[in-house]
Design a protein around this ligand. Sequence first.
Ligand SMILES: *Cc1c(COP(=O)(O)O)cnc(C)c1O
Length: 441
Amino acid sequence: MESNHLPAFPCDNLTADDNGHLRFAGHDAAALAEKYGTPLYLLDEARIRRNCRTYLDAFKAYYPAGSLPLYASKANACKQLYRIMAEEGMGVDVVSIGEIYTAKKAGFDLSKAFFHGNNKTDFDIAFAMDNGVGTFVADNEEELAAIEREAAQRNLRQTVLLRITPGIDTHTYEAVNTGKVDSKFGNAIATGQAEAITRLALSLPHVELRGFHCHVGSQVFAEDVFERAAVIMIDFMADLRDTRGFTAGVLNLGGGYGVRYVESDPHLDIKEKIGSVSEALKAQCEKRRFPVPVMHMEPGRSIIADAGLTLYTVGAVKRIPGYKNYVSIDGGMTDNPRFALYRSAYTCVAATKLNEPCTLPASLVGRCCESGDIIQEDVVFPASIRRGDLVAVCTTGAYNYAMSSNYNRIPRPATVMLREDGSDYVAVERETLDDLTNLDV
Ligand SMILES: *Cc1c(COP(=O)(O)O)cnc(C)c1O
C-alpha cells in the first residue's frame, strides 16, 4: 500500500474513493462535473437538513416555547433553500426585498421572516408590510419613524425588534465584526442610544415592540462571545423594565458561529454551545429576576457552509522558475470573492488525483482580468496537475453563490443539490449568455 496522501478534509461529507476521486455527500465529483459542466456549485441536502435540526433540537431542549432558529438567508438564497427551511420548520432572516420575494415565490410563510438591514428604504418597508413579513428588526430612529408611517397608512401594528449594539469585540476579521460600539449597525447601549430608540419605539402607536436583537459578528469561535452578549442584553432588558416598566419578551442573539474551512479550524459543537449560552442567559435572568425571553438565533454560515463545494476545471498551469506557480481555473472571484474580500482560508484539492503526492506549491487563481482574482494562496497540488483536471474548493456553501457577480460578463454557475439516496437535481440553473444581455437595451 502506498503512503497516504489524502488531504485533511474539514468535514465528514468529504471522502476519497480507491481511484483517488473525491466523493462529496457520497457522490462522485468527477461524474457530476461530467454531467453538469464546471464551474459548479454542489449542495449536500442532508447536511443542510441535519444542520437545521441541530439548531431546532437545541432550541427545543434549552429555550421557552415559541423560540425558533432563523436561517440567515443572505448566506445562500434560492427558492429551493427556502422550501427546505419551510419543511424543516425554520424561520428565516431576510435582508432585502429580493430575499423576501424569493421566499414568497417559494411559498415560505413570511410571518416567520425577520427583516434586517441598516438602511431599509420606504419602498422596502412598504413591500415587506404588503407581503406580510412578520417581524422588522429596526436599525435606527429614522427607520422606526418610516415603519410607523407605513404601518399607520395600512392601519396595522407592526411587530418590531430593535437592533442593539452590545459592545463586544469578537476578534474576527474587521469587516465581519459587527457588535462594537462604532459599528454601522444598531444602537449602542454604551452611548444611551439603545435606550433612546426604545423610548421612541414605545411611543409609536403602530409599532409593537416585542424585544431586542444583537449580532456580534461572523465566523466566531471565541469561547464566550454569545454568553457575554446574552448577559449584556438581559441586563439591558432588566434595566429597561426597572426604569421604563417595559418587559421585553423576545431576544434574538443573531448569527455567527464559525465553521471549519481548513483542518486547523476548531470544530464547534453547536448543541453544546447553545446549551452553554442558555445557562448564562438563565443565570442572568435569575439574578435580575427577569422572565426568560423567547429566543432566536440567526445561523447562516453554520447551516449552509459545510453543505457546499465548488468544482472547477483547470486551465493554464504556470510555473515561474525561482518565483511562484499558478493553477488557473474556469471560475474565480465571480463565484467566490471571499479570498479577495477577507483573505478567507479554504481546503482546495485536485479532485481526481487524491492518491498522488502533493508537491507543487501554487496559487489557485481565477479567470478574471484582475490580479486580486485569487481563490487561495499556498495550495500544494500534485506535480502532474494540468489542463482538464478537476479542482474542488470545499466548504463553499455560504457567501459564495450569494456574493457572486457577473464581473467580466462571466455567467454564474449552476447549483446542483445532492440527495442522500444518490440522486441529484438542479436547484439553480446555470446562467446563459442571453441571461447576461437580457437587461441591455
Ligand atoms: C450575516 C448575519 C447573520 C448570519 O451570520 P453567519 O455568520 O452567517 O451565521 C445573522 N444575522 C445578521 C443580522 C447578519 O447580519
